[in-house]
Write a protein that binds this ligand. Structure first.
Ligand code: GDX
Ligand code: MG
Length: 367
């Protein structure tokens, strides 16, 4: 008996309605939950949409997230609310999906269930992404995991930030009982869940969605400012924590052809991002830049070589609560993304992705 959970904040109501309906009509799904952000104005609308889904056997419940953690109350509180309730209710399997996926269909649920049937306690959906999408994954999370856990499964996972996954009852219970996970109320939740599940004794399968995850894309990178900072903090917080289980059973779908339109998709708008960054570094940022061996009076050229040198220092020293650190990390990450966009993306999709994979190996090699 499976439960499907959609954490949501403000999303296109038609997309959310469709997704709730797809899950509710799946024969293997016993309940569907939509867990609203604390301040979500959409809750009443989503509730009325859910009331219109006519599946007598499958309740669709819409309810607000609880305050579970100690950081900014965000998606983490939503997921942790669902994990705690699901552990209590004893569902055999729990699926999580972002509410804004426009190509969500039964194939996602079936793919996850298939590998759970084969004995994997965690099934993670993985999907091809545009060359300039996933810039937190490529520039922060995978490199951070490569630095902290080289040679393990963690840097190998395609979507360590992915919000689309299936968890067995055993994994749900372990996560709901882990204070390191329950305190992570913000965007860092995906990182800590990814790490925690690799330390368990349940296998992990990566299921490929060849068409990619189609969802709301960003304009300026400033829209994901909190996300990059909280994801860096989450990866930093893993330093010194338990390494993945060396006996872990890990399998992944083979790579598939990437859809042509995805190869052409632009993940963010470079001009509005530059404009938003506009102001010169503040005195506090300048001090931190100097401490990082950078000249605050010269343009920041965030090549891979520079990032390879700087990211380990950020992983070690970043202070999420300090405004100067927040400003400087956001600036450096934006410069890193722009540098890659201008220097590697023009070579074409396949070359850009191969380059990014190479950067992860370099972070992992300790060189
Ligand atoms: N309950 C709840 N509370 N849901 C939230 C909140 C919140 O405070 N904030 C966002 N959501 C929902 C949102 O409505 C959507 O369904 C899902 O969480 C993900 O948010 P979205 O804005 O679509 O995030 P995005 O940029 O697509 O990020 C996803 O991929 C990132 C990545 O891989 O780069 C998401 O799974 C992130 O956790 C992940 O870091
Ligand atoms: Mg999204």
């Amino acid at each position: 008996m499976s439960l499907v959970v959609f954490p949501f904040k403000e999303e296109d109501l038609r997309v959310v309605a469709r997704n709730l309906g797809v899950a509710a009509h799946h024969p293997g799904v016993r309940e569907v939950w939509a867990v609203a952000a604390a301040e979500s104005a959409a809750m009443a609308q989503v509730s009325s949409v859910a009331a219109g889904i006519t599946t007598p056997a499958t309740p669709v419940r819409v309810f607000p997230q609880e305050r579970m953690g100690t950081l900014r109350s965000g998606k983490g509180d939503g997921m942790n609310t669902a994990l705690a309730l699901a552990a209590e209710r004893g569902f055999e399997r729990v699926h999580f999906y972002d509410a804004d996926i426009t190509n969500f269909d039964t194939g996602w649920i079936d793919g996850a269930e298939l590998h759970a049937d084969q004995g994997f306690g965690v099934v993670r959906h993985r999907f091809p992404r545009a060359a300039t999408d996933a810039m937190i994954t490529w520039m922060v999370t995978r490199p951070g995991l490569a630095l902290l856990f080289p040679g393990t499964v963690l840097p190998r996972l395609g979507q360590p930030l992915g919000g689309e996954l299936l968890l067995s009852a055993e994994a749900v219970r372990a996560l709901a009982a882990d204070p390191f996970v329950t305190r992570r109320s913000d965007w860092g939740i995906d990182t800590v869940i990814t790490h925690a599940t690799t330390t368990l004794d349940v296998g992990i399968y990566e299921h490929n969605i060849p068409d990619g995850k189609r969802h709301a894309l960003y304009g300026s990178l400033t829209e994901i400012r909190d996300m990059v900072l909280e994801c860096l903090d989450a990866v930093s917080s893993l330093a010194g924590r338990q390494a993945p289980n060396p006996e872990l059973r890990f399998e992944t779908d083979p790579p598939a052809e990437v859809p042509a339109d995805l190869k052409r998709t632009v993940g963010y708008d470079i001009d509005s991002t530059r404009a938003a960054l506009g102001s010169p570094p503040s005195p506090g940022e300048r001090r931190l830049l100097v401490g990082l061996g950078l000249d605050p009076d010269r343009p920041l050229e965030m090549s891979h070589t520079e990032w390879r040198r700087i990211l380990p220092v950020l992983v070690e020293r970043f202070d999420l609560a300090d405004q100067d650190w927040r400003d400087v990390v956001f600036r450096l990450w934006v410069e890193r993304v722009i540098h890659y966009t201008l220097n590697q993306v023009p070579a074409g999709y396949d070359a850009a992705i191969a380059y990014l994979e190479g950067t992860i190996e370099d972070f992992e090699s300790g060189g």
